[in-house]
Design a protein around this ligand. Structure first.
Ligand code: HPA
Length: 247
């Protein structure tokens, strides 16, 4: 097993990494089951890198059905130590409008009913990992400095609120999240970040803002469509190859 310099988990609208060269597909079955799909390992900017589409390459898995434990355990088994999670999100506060890229430093978990620990099975060791800084500071720093080198504009902070989905939120839910201090809302940030910490993986989030969250934009009655989400993710992803290569 050769070390993987960076593992990337792609979210909605990011189902492949075009610049991954000579990629081979791996699909290990872990103690927690099978990952969302093939893990493609190849060369990126001269280093070994891995890519996994979180929802499956055909986007067939809703957020609450993703086997987050298997995805991360499989990446770790293949030699990954650093995971960059790409998450498509809605923007709640002013600096986080559609097509913005952000690297949040905090999160609030509003999800429920998901398996959120490795120590779920009877008899397994109970884990109480430190999670004060949910994203690994050194990897966040690497992302921010890579963005500077690659000339990619990135908001270098923010609080990610993880909701259950798969429906989008009500205006009241977003207003509450704003009062709580959330800048971004997405459906897949947890339990992924917590499980990465339990597995000892470095983990950071690159959030792609696809839309204003419900009632948060200049037109409070705007209806969010999946077509708009995908168009904004595609536009905002223009800088991704340079950014990921620089990391
Ligand atoms: N809410 C939750 N998840 C999302 C959104 C949103 O508005 N946009 C993209 N993912």
């Amino acid at each position: 097993m050769t070390d993987i310099s960076l593992a990337i988990i792609g979210g909605t609208g990011v189902y492949a990494l075009a610049q991954l060269e000579d990629a081979e597909a791996h699909q290990p079955v872990t103690a927690y089951g099978a990952p969302s799909g093939p893990i493609r390992i190849g060369t990126l900017a001269g280093k070994r890198a891995a890519f996994l589409a979180r929802h499956g390459e055909g986007h067939s898995l809703p957020p609450h059905k993703i086997n987050y434990r298997a995805n991360l355990a499989a990446l770790k088994a293949l030699g990954a130590t650093r995971v960059l999670a790409i998450n498509t999100v809605g923007g709640i506060t002013e600096a986080f409008g559609p097509r913005v890229l952000a690297c949040p430093d905090q999160l609030i978990d509003y999800t429920w009913g998901r398996i959120s620990t490795l120590s779920e099975e009877p008899g397994s060791e109970v884990l109480h990992v430190d999670f004060g800084d949910p994203y690994t500071p050194a990897l966040r720093e690497a992302v921010l400095s890579a963005a500077g080198r690659a000339g990619v504009t990135l908001v270098g902070h923010g609080c990610y609120g993880a909701t259950q989905g798969p429906r989008l939120e009500t205006k009241a839910e977003i207003a509450r999240m704003k009062r709580d201090g959330c800048n971004l809302v997405g459906m897949t940030g947890m339990p992924e970040a917590g499980l990465a910490r339990e597995l000892g993986l470095d983990y950071a989030c690159l959030a792609i803002v696809a839309n204003w969250a419900a009632g948060a934009g200049p037109d409070p009655n705007e209806v969010i469509t999946f077509d708009d989400v995908l168009a904004n993710v595609a536009a905002a992803s223009a800088g991704l190859p340079a950014l990921v290569g620089a990391i």
